[in-house]
Design a protein around this ligand. Structure first.
Ligand code: GAR
Length: 188
């Protein structure tokens, strides 16, 4: 079994899609040790409860520095013998201590065809661009914002009358298949 930790800051639909594939036996060699979140009210916490999964809540504002905040995370990761970190809507840059400890063993999913539309509101950026195609990218994490080596991308259409939630829904539908597939290939 390979032990992974999933980091999320928001709704956690990607986190849940991974948990659900595991439950269905589609990722037979993956064990999720815990959900890690930096947001005390995030909906991903409710989803974790459904799967009886431990949750580590760690808010940056309760620490003197980002380094201290990440030291706490590393303590938990070490005690759970976590081998890989999977970011699923985790809205913080990973700092140098975690990067060093998990070199090439951190994955992220981002809702654009990188290198296009890095950072915040990638879906809004794609809509505003006039592009007719966008999608999602799974990549390794490095010290930049959505700059790490690309592993796999999947695309979808942007229709002229799309609003942000239409497009977000279409992208998430892709992500819920893409991310577990990449985890299966890269981590198993
Ligand atoms: C996902 O669309 C993911 O690609 C994006 O956040 C969303 C999280 O949704 N990640 C980023 O923008 C990272 N830069 P979820 O909480 O429902 O899984």
């Amino acid at each position: 079994m390979t032990k992974i930790a999933i980091f999320a800051s928001g709704s956690g639909s990607n986190f849940e899609s991974i948990m659900s594939k595991i439950k269905q036996g589609e990722l037979p060699n993956i064990e999720v040790t815990s959900l890690y979140t930096d947001q005390v009210n995030a909906y991903c916490i409710e989803r974790a409860r459904k799967y009886h999964l431990d949750v580590h809540i760690n808010e940056l504002k309760n620490f003197d520095s980002k380094a201290d905040y990440e030291r706490k995370i590393i303590e938990w990761l070490t005690s759970e013998k976590v081998e890989w970190i999977v970011l699923a809507g985790y809205m913080k840059l990973i700092g140098e201590n975690i990067l060093r400890a998990y070199d090439k063993r951190i994955l992220n999913i981002h809702p654009s065809l990188l290198p296009k539309y890095k950072g915040k509101d990638a879906i809004g950026q794609a809509l505003a661009s006039g592009d007719t195609i966008t999608g999602s990218t799974v990549h390794y994490v490095d010290s930049g914002m959505d700059t790490g080596e690309i592993i796999e991308q999947r695309q979808c259409d942007i229709y002229p009358d799309d609003n942000k939630s239409d497009l977000e829904e279409r992208i998430k539908a892709i992500e819920h298949e893409l991310y577990p597939e990449v985890i299966s290939k890269i981590i198993q």
